[in-house]
Design a protein around this ligand. Structure first.
Ligand code: OAD
Length: 263
């Protein structure tokens, strides 16, 4: 990694880092964005790994997996019902809104928002071109008839059954050890292959295959811009890292991008 081509705010170069990020975005007709739980943190949605990756003392990987659901579906539903209940009161934050502005600025055909989040907040904010890699908390999927339904806003029991075939329902979430939805994944790979710049926001960049998109961006010579509160494995792949809360950094970045329009 050529160190002189990197800039980051932790090394005191915040102004320089913003300038570089703005220049990279200005020279990129096509932009892809990969978001993770950090982008929703300022909306009050808990991230997965900031609390040590534990839920009631259990590793998230041991709750969000098919084996846990087979062993004890009520335990898994309790975790997801807590997260579903939390969603009722949350709203998109300034970071989500800045990504809507960025899409409008570039045009939907030149912009793809790839998210690992299952909270639906990008759509609530108004983003149009969204690929949800890990499913959506609002939806259920029947383990019998496979029907997928939007049950957002409803309170579900800890053992909900399909209203059509009475088989157990599961959250329409991609669990550890499961395959990502093929269409969303193919489109995500294509978006990254065709972008000039990949913005990586609020993800610990440790869960694959999503994190592999950052390597794919590098492989096709797209510039990676990272926004996070701290260093992650993506930092060493990024041309520039902007350290801080995405609810503040993203709006600043998009405002600066607009500011030079007349120049
Ligand atoms: P993590 O919880 O692993 O990481 C959240 C990241 O956001 C960390 O790197 C934090 O430093 C950063 N962060 C926290 N607050 C922030 C803020 N206000 N602004 C910017 N960054 C902030 O979440 P993900 O990377 O999304 O999968 O986790 C990936 C996947 O692992 C999730 O989709 C989920 C999880 O287990 C499934 O459920 C299948």
């Amino acid at each position: 990694m050529n160190h002189s081509s990197q800039a980051n705010t932790q090394q005191g170069g915040q102004e320089e880092a913003f300038e570089l990020a703005v220049n990279l975005l200005r020279s990129s007709r096509r932009v892809a964005v990969l978001t993770g739980a950090g982008v929703s943190a300022e909306s009050g949605v808990p991230t997965f790994r900031d609390a040590g990756g534990l839920w009631e003392g259990h590793r998230v990987e041991d709750v969000a997996c098919p084996e846990a659901f087979e062993r004890n579906p009520a335990f898994v539903w309790k975790f997801y019902n807590q997260r579903r209940a939390g969603l009722k009161t949350v709203l998109p934050n300034a970071g989500h809104h800045a990504l809507v502005d960025l899409e409008q600025r570039l045009g939907t055909g030149n912009f793809t928002l790839i998210t690992q989040n299952v909270d639906g907040l990008h759509r609530a904010a108004g983003s149009v071109r969204i690929l949800e890699l890990h499913g959506n908390l609002g939806r259920t999927r029947c383990t019998g008839c496979s029907r997928v339904e939007d049950r957002s806003g409803e309170t579900l029991t800890d053992l909900p059954a399909c209203p059509h075939c009475q088989s157990p329902l599961r959250p329409d979430i991609v669990w550890f050890g499961e395959v990502l939805p093929a269409k969303a994944w193919e489109e995500a790979e294509e978006a990254v292959r065709n972008c000039r710049c990949l913005l990586v926001v609020g993800t610990s960049a440790v869960v694959y295959p999503a994190a592999g998109l950052i390597y794919l961006a590098r492989a096709v010579n797209a510039a990676v811009i990272e926004i996070n509160r701290e260093n992650t494995p993506a930092s060493s792949l990024a041309r520039v890292s902007l350290f801080g809360p995405s609810g503040q950094i993203l709006p600043q970045l998009v405002t600066r991008l607009g500011a030079g329009d007349d120049a």
